[in-house]
Design a protein around this ligand. Structure first.
Ligand code: ADP
Length: 305
């Protein structure tokens, strides 16, 4: 079952076409990274999904139910953490969650049970300090607790880690990883290492469209360049390798950088077998021989060019 489906979404601010036929599908129980540089339209998309902003065209469905602007009935499935969550700074986290529970009409017993569970999850249990004295990371964690209060099927977080230091980032990512069993998580970011750490699916937004989508494995496989890296620590070995007639054909499509050489080929398996055979015959021993995997960063930069 798909938790979220976005089809042909378009949105213009003045003359600026921010979303230009955006399509995204988010399956249930994934941690979905929504990537794009600043100003790509990530927040705009999230606001449309929440029914807070009107799209010019296209359709959004949450658990198969159509999102209507201004009517937030689909939000009963959704928890939302904005990029800069706002709180009453004079309250303690417990008091704040009690207020959240009261607004949603829960009983005191339910509020107590849920608050305990969420304060534990977000590492805020026993924190008596008022929210005004919280670090940014603590505020984000409390924001997640609040967003999870009504047990949403979908948790949407807008740049939850961008303003945090490495420790704060790790804490927030750990929480998102823990809740994936119960809740699908979508988070927008431009921090690629966060995506590599916890996302199983990503979509990259550029010029108002999805330019890359899928699991990280699929994306890397799809964009895999057939390249082999060979490294020789000793210069004489590298020179012998370069001059060896057995490798002449393969070296036609290659690039040397210091002690490394990268060979591009159409058939990576065959090239690898040929090289291994050749190395064996010539008794040359490289210090490294590997098929190059594309990095997410490299793919991201290519996709948004
Ligand atoms: P992101 O979240 O990817 O950084 P946003 O969705 O916040 O991007 O913004 C996308 C673009 O739309 C930006 O150029 C921004 O300036 C513009 N934008 C966003 N909201 C408005 C608005 N209410 N009025 C005019 N322009 C807006």
């Amino acid at each position: 079952m798909n938790i979220l489906e976005i089809e042909g979404l378009r949105k213009k601010f003045g003359a600026h076409q921010v979303l230009d036929g955006l399509n995204i599908v988010v399956p249930e129980h994934s941690v979905f990274g929504f990537l794009g540089k600043n100003g790509a339209g990530k927040t705009t998309t999230m606001k449309i999904v929440l029914g807070l902003l009107k799209a010019d065209a296209g359709e959004v469905r949450v658990l198969g139910e159509k999102v209507e602007y201004g009517q937030t009935s689909t939000n009963r499935f959704v928890g939302y953490l904005p990029d800069v969550p706002e709180f009453y700074s004079y309250m303690t986290p417990k008091e704040y969650l009690r207020l959240c529970g009261r607004i949603t009409g829960m009983t005191d017993k339910q509020i107590m049970r849920k608050s305990e569970e969420l304060l534990e999850l977000t590492g805020l249990k026993g924190v008596k300090k008022r929210i005004g004295g919280f670090s940014r990371g603590m505020k984000q964690r409390l924001g997640i607790a609040q967003a999870l209060f009504n047990e949403p099927k979908l948790l949407i977080c807008d740049e939850p880690t961008s303003a945090l230091d490495p420790v704060g980032r790790r804490e927030v990512l750990d929480i998102m990883e823990q809740v994936r069993e119960k809740t699908t998580v979508i988070f927008s970011t431009h921090v690629l290492s966060d995506v590599e750490r916890i996302c199983d699916r990503v979509a990259v937004l550029n010029d108002g469209k999805t330019v890359m989508e899928g699991t990280l494995g699929e994306i890397k496989e799809r964009h895999r360049k057939n390249s082999l890296l060979i490294e020789f620590t000793r210069k004489e070995s590298m020179d012998r390798f370069m001059e060896e007639p057995l490798f002449r054909q393969l070296l036609k499509q290659s690039k040397r950088e210091g002690s490394q050489i990268i060979i591009h080929t159409k058939d990576i398996e065959q090239a690898e077998a040929e090289i291994i055979r050749g190395l064996n015959e010539t008794r040359l021993m490289p210090s490294r021989l590997e098929i190059l995997e594309p990095s997410l960063e490299g793919l991201f930069m290519e996709a948004i060019q």
